[in-house]
Design a protein. Structure first.
Length: 340
């Protein structure tokens, strides 16, 4: 409305519609689509992480149960050695020092059993947390073989499949996002066209005229140069970041598979040779001590060797499980991966 006097005022009603030029709408849609793709891959990565966490918790409980069982067996051996030592001391065929040594060994094994039981409680709590269960809920019943760990997949197959992992796909999508963002900023350099239509009534002339207009800003000093340059550098940075991610993951996968294979070889060696031999040595030393052929120091050395071997066996199982979980976190279900 022009003029406030009713006899001379001019009233105009006008509608203006801007029309985007330079592909702005298409560039924004492209950027939004890449964001949706990245969100979907993030969901997949989170699913893999949750799967790996549950596997870690499950096998953590199994390993803790195994540690308790092995500590209980060691406790039985130590109690047997203590009983034999006390009997020989009472019979006068052994020095009281032998009974003292047996008592010290029994106390050490009892402490080891308590530590194993405490670790089992902690492992149960971690498993319940990964499953979303309340910490005050009942203990989760876990059944399985702690040594039931799959064979390490072939390294070459894993390296060739890196491009399909969520981590690498996210890195690639980040490039696409930054390229789309660069396209949006470049499109912003083109000014938009505005089309207007309307009607104007002049009270002084008592006439109504139709209005049609075209308008476009002239970007003399601001052509969005700064934002375009920043978007281009972010796109370059995304490419460099993808290359760095690929190199980091290649090194991580190779190291993890090497540790997994080493742990698997150690597990086989413990199962086939070391543990049976160490257990047989304890039995032989205990029988020999009982018959007076050996001193308790031989029994003590054999027991400590067996306990140490069992601890190393559990550590090897834990290392193999950690490697498996790491591969699961990267690739997802590795059970379907080719085996060497």
């Amino acid at each position: 409305m022009e003029d406030t006097r009713s006899d001379t005022r001019t009233t105009t009603v006008q509608l203006t519609q801007p029309i985007e030029l330079g592909g702005k709408r298409g560039a924004r849609i492209e950027l939004a689509d890449r964001g949706v793709d990245a969100a979907q891959v993030e969901v997949e990565r989170a699913r893999n992480a949750l799967r790996a966490e549950v596997i870690q918790g499950f096998y953590g409980v199994l390993l803790s149960q195994l540690r308790v069982d092995l500590a209980s067996e060691s406790m039985t051996l130590a109690e047997r050695g203590m009983t034999i030592a006390q009997g020989r001391v009472r019979a006068g065929s052994a020095s009281p020092i032998e009974a003292t040594r047996a008592g010290v060994q029994l106390s050490e094994v009892r402490l080891e059993l308590k530590r194993a039981q405490a670790e089992l409680v902690n492992a149960q709590a971690l498993l319940k947390a990964s499953m979303g269960a309340d910490s005050s809920a009942a203990q989760v019943a876990v059944e399985g073989d702690a040594s039931g760990i799959p064979t390490p997949p072939a390294l070459q197959e894993l390296l060739e499949g890196l491009e399909n992992t969520p981590e690498m796909r996210l890195a690639t999508l980040n490039i696409a996002q930054q390229d789309a963002s660069y396209g949006v900023e470049r499109a912003q350099r083109i000014p938009d066209l505005s089309i207007s239509v309307g009607s104007q009534y002049s009270a002084a002339d008592r006439e109504r005229v139709n209005l049609v207009g075209l308008s476009m800003p002239i970007p003399l000093f601001n052509r969005n140069q700064g934002n375009v340059y920043a978007a281009a550098r972010r796109a370059d940075q995304a490419r460099d970041s993808r290359n760095a991610t690929l190199l980091r993951m290649q090194a991580s996968v190779q190291q993890t598979v090497d540790l997994w294979r080493t742990a698997s070889e150690e597990i086989d060696s413990f199962n086939k040779d070391i543990l049976p031999s160490a257990k047989s040595a304890v039995e032989s030393a205990t029988r020999g001590f009982e018959m007076g052929k050996f001193g308790f120091i031989e029994v003590l050395d054999a027991q400590r060797t067996l306990i140490g071997a069992r601890n190393q066996y559990v550590a090897a199982l834990g290392s193999a499980t950690d490697s498996w979980v790491q591969i699961e976190r990267i690739y997802g279900d590795t059970l379907a991966a080719p085996k060497p």
